[in-house]
Ligand binder design. Structure first.
Ligand code: BGC
Length: 863
């Protein structure tokens, strides 16, 4: 039976109440079961770069994959297939039916806190890679959920901001990755964005959801809201938002039934949404198991997965500078290598927020480099100095200094009361591994009713050193931190502070205190807290409603006094070393969902540290771990620069492979690196005024902007070096005429010869851009990426790279005609180039010229 047949046969058997039940989550990650007709729960999980499972913090370990921008830097659809294999296993081990990803919005500002999750500033590259990810995962019967539809490209005021976007930019840029993914691989679900687009919340945006998604693209998957992002009762159902997430239900349920009784919403509209939910249930195999019992989540850490992640991470690394061929490292006997920087001794595997998870294992660049050098058989000395402290918040407590007084293991004991005063017996107890005590998805039902509750966390702290140590506290509701019964930090009121991204913006700004403690002595540390006070709001069936989230908790930081001059120590180490690898960057605290970054500069004293080190050692290579472009004021001072993104649990091994030449780097930038912040296309209108952002750059997003204004970026889109060198020649097209066909399927093959002019085998990512040669009817970008090929070329060998161009490659959106249009008779150049600013080699082709306007599939060819 097909999904359509199943839905058509079950829908008439459901009562209105049952249909409505399908349209909202049951708990944080699951939908409702209706055992009477065989329907069991669907379980969702973030996504997109791993499968975290059903617990937001301290859950079962999971494979931590390279982040979206790192995956995109591979430009490798085959790699997406391999990565998907891991995701499928991970989904199965955690019983996940819907993987919440990929993230395909177009990064607009270099400060976007969530840029690292997204693929690229180019909609074609984003859409194509997303399509591949979706296809592979769904072949295994697991749904994907591209997000966040649409224009969720800033975290600042993300629940309120209105993105004002011209229709043409909406079609050609911001909905384009979704359109490509839907056309090529039909995701079974999709997540709406928190923000508004052109005045309407995305969760109730008729133009986005009904006009474009359903009517124009003919998509029949489930549109679900982002978490707590269903802002209305009636309008969201009216436009076809099928699923309110998460549960317990807030907007729908009894409210929707009442709205129906009052004639505010028809049963037909409810049926449309319920039908799509039924189809999803059928597609993921949850339509005929009335008594499904969810198995316990498992950690599956396989050697073959490690191998894929390591390869994938290495291929995503982008070599930006390599003067005097400083890389790959030429190890020699007695060599002294210094691995310096705040990220050198840390396991920075991901940015922060909902995509984060507990990895199966952690590696650090220093350890990985030291180990690999040790295994090389060459006696070289590898030393480390952090050079600075770079934490944004006081670090979470080190596992070795805390002990759960209940279990005796490292961690905290956490108890809950169904009253605000910790009165009587606790109703629920948990053990936590870390000192971020998030109260979210592990709460029992009795604590998710909206009534306030209290909780208490307890641990035994044993400092390693004697000194004036620092404690910090951020809490969502009122919270007090007590040391041996004495209050040391007190946060008396409820917070909502955009300045504090902790707890997805629900946490207070961090408060700190210093206290003299003794090494080896045991101290009792207690957090006493009460859940947040809900914001009162007026209920309406038809208007936008205030966002209500149940996230609560407290975060306890602890840091033992540092008395060393870290910068001095690092510079001294650099001075006596033959070579310095500096590992700098941001991390899950600096670069995270819920808050944008404040600057393109690296945190704290990073820039000074790099300059100071480079001054004393000219053999300095900088490795940068961020998901967004950074300023590089020290670029001229250093010999090498590697952009290493966030690369999941294998990041340090992959980096070492590239540094030592086990892997020849081949990644290319999927985003432009501006020379200064003000060069970027959003700089005139970001983060907006009065919660409104005008996308003034229009269709000139990403590199299209730099091209249009003739500005030289620091590193252009598509740029990346290799240990090999390549030359392109003999670019050719199968026909210099793009012919019209009834279904709009005319194609041209483009080929170019790529010669490896070096002595090392390497992979080259050849990019094919089109550029108009005749004046277009409407203004168009100078260049647009319309194809690419990644080829392996042996030394001295020549191989052919190719792509296909079709009507989509030359079409644009005409917002007066309100349709996709192709200029008949137009001539284009197709350029095979190494990056968006490379002159490359070009050949021309012309589009068929009809006598009068004609329809060719989805396009109109204008005479
Ligand atoms: C994020 C989504 C995520 C959801 C569930 C939201 O805060 O925006 O991307 O899937 O939480 O964790």
């Amino acid at each position: 039976m097909s999904a359509d047949e199943y839905a058509a046969s079950i829908l008439p058997q459901l009562t209105l109440e049952e249909k409505v039940k399908l349209l909202a989550g049951a708990d944080m990650w699951r939908t409702n079961a209706i055992p009477r007709v065989g329907i069991s729960q669907i379980k969702t999980s973030d996504g997109p770069v791993g499968v975290r499972g059903g617990q937001f913090t301290d859950g079962v370990t999971a494979a931590s994959l390279p982040s979206g921008v790192s995956l995109a830097s591979t430009w490798d659809p085959g790699m997406m297939d391999e990565i998907s294999k891991i995701l499928i296993t991970e989904c199965r081990s955690k019983s996940i039916d819907v993987l919440l990803g990929p993230t395909v919005c177009i990064p607009r500002t270099p400060l976007g806190g969530r840029n690292f999750e997204a693929y690229s500033e180019d909609p074609f590259l984003s859409g194509k890679l997303a399509a591949r990810y979706i296809k592979k995962i769904q072949e295994a019967g697991i749904a994907t959920c591209p997000k966040h539809y649409a224009a969720n490209d800033q975290e600042h005021r993300r629940f309120f901001v209105d993105a004002n976007i011209s229709e043409r930019a909406l079609r050609e840029i911001h909905t384009q990755p979704f359109e490509i993914a839907i056309r090529e691989s039909n995701p079974w679900s999709l997540m709406t964005a928190y923000n508004k687009v052109n005045g309407e919340y995305c969760s109730a945006n008729k133009h986005l959801l009904r006009d474009i998604l359903r009517e124009e693209w003919g998509w029949d998957g489930v549109a679900m809201s982002d978490w707590f992002g269903t802002n209305t009762v009636v309008p969201s159902v009216e436009v076809g938002l099928d699923l309110e997430m998460p549960g317990p239900v807030k907007r729908r349920g009894k409210h929707l039934i009442e709205a129906h009784k009052q004639g505010l919403i028809s049963e037909a509209r409810i049926d449309e949404c319920a039908t799509r939910m039924l189809k999803l249930l059928h597609r993921v195999g949850k339509s005929t198991i009335p008594d499904w019992k969810e198995p316990e989540e498992k950690a599956v850490d396989l050697p073959e997965h490690r191998e894929i992640m390591r390869r994938c991470a290495a291929e995503g690394i982008v070599l930006l500078k390599n003067d005097q061929d400083i890389l790959p490292l030429k190890l020699c006997q007695g060599m002294r290598i210094a691995v310096i920087g705040p990220n050198a001794g840390k396991a920075v595997q991901s940015g922060g927020g909902s995509s984060d998870l507990v990895p199966h294992y952690r590696t650090t660049p220093f350890n990985a480099i030291k180990q690999a050098v040790g295994e090389s058989g060459i006696e070289a000395e590898v030393s480390h100095a952090p050079g600075m402290l770079s934490h944004r918040y006081l670090p979470l407590m080190d596992p070795s200094v805390m002990r759960n007084p209940v279990t005796g293991e490292s961690g905290w004991a956490l108890s809950f009361w169904a009253n605000m005063d910790h009165e009587g017996d606790a109703i629920y107890e948990e053990s936590r591994k870390s000192s971020i005590l998030v109260c979210y998805d592990t709460l029992p039902d009795s604590l998710t009713t909206g009534e306030r509750y209290s909780y208490r966390g307890r641990t035994i702290l044993t400092p390693k050193t004697t000194g004036n140590h620092s404690f910090s506290l951020s809490s969502c509701g009122p919270g007090r931190l007590l040391l041996d019964g004495k209050v040391i930090l007190d946060i008396p009121r409820r917070w909502w502070s955009p300045k504090s991204p902790l707890f997805m913006s629900y946490g207070s700004p961090e408060e700190r205190v210093q206290i003299q403690l003794e090494a080896g002595k045991e101290y009792e540390l207690v957090l006493d807290s009460v859940s947040r006070e809900p914001e009162p709001y007026e209920f309406s069936f038809t208007d936008d409603l205030l966002r209500e989230e149940i996230q609560d908790g407290g975060r306890i930081g602890f840091f033992e006094e540092n008395t060393k001059d870290l910068m001095k120590e690092a510079v001294e180490l650099a001075e006596k070393s033959d070579l310095v690898i500096m590992v700098v960057g941001k991390d899950r605290e600096w670069e995270s969902e819920t808050s944008d970054m404040v600057s393109m500069n690296l945190p704290g004293e990073s820039d000074t540290l790099i300059s100071n080190v480079a001054l004393v050692n000219k053999n300095t290579v900088v490795v940068n771990q961020t998901g967004s472009p950074i300023a590089m004021p020290w670029l001229e001072q250093v010999q090498g620069v590697i952009q290493a993104w966030y690369q999941g649990q294998e990041h340090a091994n992959a980096l070492t492979d590239v540094l030592l030449g086990q892997v020849n780097p081949c990644g290319k930038l999927p985003i432009t690196f501006p020379r200064i912040y003000e060069q970027n296309p959003s700089s005139l209108d970001y983060p907006g005024y009065n919660d409104r952002v005008v996308y003034g750059e229009g269709i000139f997003a990403g590199y299209r902007w730099w091209d249009r204004l003739h500005i030289e970026p620091l590193f252009p889109f598509g740029f990346g070096r290799s240990y090999s060198t390549f030359e392109y020649s003999a670019v050719r097209v199968s026909s210099n005429q793009l012919r019209f066909s009834e279904n709009g399927s005319g194609i041209i093959e483009v080929q170019v010869d790529v010669t490896n002019t070096s002595s090392v085998a390497g992979k080259e990512i050849v990019q094919f851009y089109i550029s108009p040669k005749t004046a277009p009817r409407l203004s168009r970008p100078t260049r647009e990426l319309k194809g690419w090929d990644k080829v392996l070329v042996q030394p001295g060998e020549t191989v052919t790279a190719s792509t296909t161009l079709d009507w989509v490659s030359v079409a644009y959106w005409d917002d007066k005609r309100h349709e996709w249009v192709v200029d008949g008779g137009a001539t284009f150049e197709v350029i095979a180039a190494k990056h968006s600013r490379d002159l490359g080699v070009a050949v021309e082709f012309t589009v068929d010229s009809p006598a009068a306007d004609i329809k060719a599939g989805r396009f109109t060819v204008v005479a």
